[in-house]
Write a protein that binds this ligand. Structure first.
Ligand code: GLN
Length: 249
């Protein structure tokens, strides 16, 4: 049975916005097709992982304080993570994790949390707790040449700058900063985004895109994923897209 090894980073710390749901959706859509999902959590104090041993690394979002706590631990893996990125391991990073793969994240208190510096972007929160990008968001992303609407929910004070390769164009909501036209970061095997939701529960096509990338890379095949019955997901998407894009309710 084909399988994917997934490293789930800091599930006990980066879990403020329900991003664990992404792990559940990956597991569901793998197992429905007869693939095995091996999900290994890692947090502070656990045996150090070799990031290169994994097909997919996932990390969710968290508050400034939690980011400050784990940043010192995360940085100890900087070289190994860079190697895994270069080798092609897929990284799915949500919000707080997204921010920490850049140069730094300057929190709402003005404290500068060092990032992994894997990518050149940086993030600074507005020094006013009330000024946060919060709300539903819809972006349009290019997945293997197909323009795909991605639906989510954003909740971040951080404003991210110096993104050359965004995840998508903003159709509704803010994006990388207030009133931005672009959202997230997407480069080959790395998708970093502000979209909670959980992201993958609202976007089955994106989930399958990530699953296919990982399986094709691991087994060196062009694996055709058997279609799943996404009628319910698609009905929800139609409702949401209608609400956010046509009626602008
Ligand atoms: N604490 C960061 C911010 O406020 C990240 C928030 C998050 O992960 N949703 O921008």
């Amino acid at each position: 049975m084909k399988e994917l090894k997934i490293l789930y980073l800091y599930p006990d710390i980066l879990e403020l916005y329900g991003d664990f749901g992404n792990i559940q959706v990956l597991k569901y859509r793998l197992e429905k097709r007869g693939f095995k999902a091996i999900i290994e959590p890692y947090s502070i104090g656990d045996t150090p992982p070799n990031f290169c041993d994994y097909d997919l690394v996932f990390a969710g979002g968290g508050a400034d304080q939690e980011q400050g706590i784990l940043a010192q631990d995360l940085i100890t893996y900087k070289e190994n993570i860079k190697q895994a990125v270069d080798n092609g391991t897929f990284f799915l990073l949500i919000c707080g994790a997204y921010q920490l793969f850049g140069k730094y994240y300057k929190g709402v208190e003005g404290n500068k949390i060092p990032g992994l510096e894997i990518f050149d972007y940086y993030t600074e929160a507005i020094a006013d707790r009330k000024k946060r990008c919060i709300g539903n968001i819809v972006i349009e992303a290019n997945l293997n040449g197909k323009q795909t609407k991605i639906i989510g929910f954003e909740n971040h004070g951080g404003q991210t700058f110096d993104i050359d390769t965004p995840f998508g164009s903003v159709l509704f909501g803010n994006g990388n900063k207030f009133g931005d036209t672009k959202e997230g970061f997407f480069l080959d095997n790395v998708i970093a985004t502000y979209l909670h939701g959980p992201l993958l529960s609202k976007n089955p096509e994106l989930t399958d895109y990530i699953i296919k990338y990982c399986l094709d890379r691991k087994y060196d095949e062009d694996i055709i994923l058997e279609p799943l019955d996404d009628e319910f997901e698609n009905k929800c998407r139609e409702q949401l897209l209608d609400r956010f894009l046509t009626n602008n309710k």
